[in-house]
Design a protein around this ligand. Structure first.
Ligand SMILES: NC(=O)c1ccc[n+]([C@@H]2O[C@H](COP(=O)([O-])OP(=O)(O)OC[C@H]3O[C@@H](n4cnc5c(N)ncnc54)[C@H](O)[C@@H]3O)[C@@H](O)[C@H]2O)c1
Length: 282
């Protein structure tokens, strides 16, 4: 097991009430980590904690209720984690998906960037000094998205936020390697299409999953496997998009710059045929 994931160390997870955050909480509970779980959705977090307590009796679970963009909540999260024990892992998972195009809905842009980017950066600022002073290994996992890599049109604010998280986490990984060697590792978890309330509003723990998406617990399992393998980019496929197809899509996106094609040529009518041929065989 990756050294940051260990019995009695603290796992801090934002947006832990449902979806991928909850699945990671369960996976960390299986490793007997102490949990500090944050979410703004009080009924959902209460239900999540009830489920975890039923499945893992005696496990230490500390809720921090509130909006992760609030500096008070960020401070509470940090304080609760530090007073619970040695911090093993911080999972920056909370995010929102709200449509906002390149020249509209500035209020939505700001609130999305506050959750998806700024809160994550603020928590890094709080937790890295703590982690640096601990004798043991620790890790930060930031939630990216394929939308932050191939940046499909239609949801500019979300894509920008996830591209920012990717670059920030790459920079973080490099700086940590230079400054603290392998004491703190950084990882970018990149889920595929996953069956969560983000994609399926109203979904509960008992809802029936359609075929295409992965279950959230598959993402959590892939996170652990990726960390164990020492991966920085922890990629998830889903039941419709293979690893090979993802690789071709990423290659095409990178080639837009290299071959001086139009922006987002994958979705440009003049390039449709060439893209389809490039993808064939993936
Ligand atoms: N579901 C997917 O297919 C998918 C794909 C790629 C990336 N991701 C990323 O994975 C992460 C988890 O996604 P999910 O699908 O489980 O999301 P979700 O919407 O199902 O759950 C997110 C949780 O975060 C909480 N949250 C949102 N904003 C918050 C805030 N301001 N303060 C506190 N809590 C807040 C919500 O209450 C919710 O409990 C996100 O970062 C998302 O961008 C998801």
């Amino acid at each position: 097991m990756h050294p940051a994931i260990r019995k009695d160390a603290v796992a801090v997870i934002t947006g832990a009430a449902v979806g991928i955050g909850y699945a990671i909480a369960e996976r960390m509970a299986r490793e007997e980590m102490k949990l500090v779980l944050s979410d703004k959705n009080i009924p959902a977090l209460t239900e999540a904690i009830r489920r975890l307590r039923a499945k893992f009796p005696g496990l230490a679970i500390h809720p921090v209720i509130g909006d992760v963009t609030s500096e008070t909540v960020q401070a509470q999260l940090h304080q609760t984690a530090v007073s619970t024990g040695e911090v093993g892992i911080l999972i920056n998972n909370a995010a929102i998906l709200s449509g906002a195009g390149p020249w509209e809905k500035m209020t939505q842009w700001r609130s999305l960037m506050e959750v998806n980017f700024w809160a994550l950066l603020m928590l890094q600022e709080k937790f890295i000094p703590t982690m640096s002073q601990q004798p043991c290994h620790s890790a930060i996992v930031n939630l990216g998205s394929k939308e932050g890599i191939t940046t499909p049109p239609g949801n500019a604010a979300y894509s920008v936020s996830k591209a920012a998280v990717r670059i920030l986490t790459e920079q973080l990984s490099h700086e940590l390697r230079e400054k603290v060697a392998d004491k703190i590792s950084a990882h970018l978890l990149i889920p595929g299409y996953t069956f969560t309330p983000m994609n399926f509003p109203g979904t509960t723990f008992d809802s029936v999953k359609p075929d295409a998406p992965w279950r959230a617990d598959q993402v959590a399992e892939r996170m652990v496997a990726g960390m164990n393998a020492g991966d920085f980019y922890i990629f998830c496929e889903d039941n419709e998009v293979s690893r090979e197809l993802d690789q071709r899509r990423m290659q095409w996106s990178a080639d837009d710059l290299i071959h001086n094609r139009p922006a987002l040529s994958r979705w440009h009518p003049d390039w449709k045929q060439q893209f389809a041929e490039f993808i064939k065989g993936a």
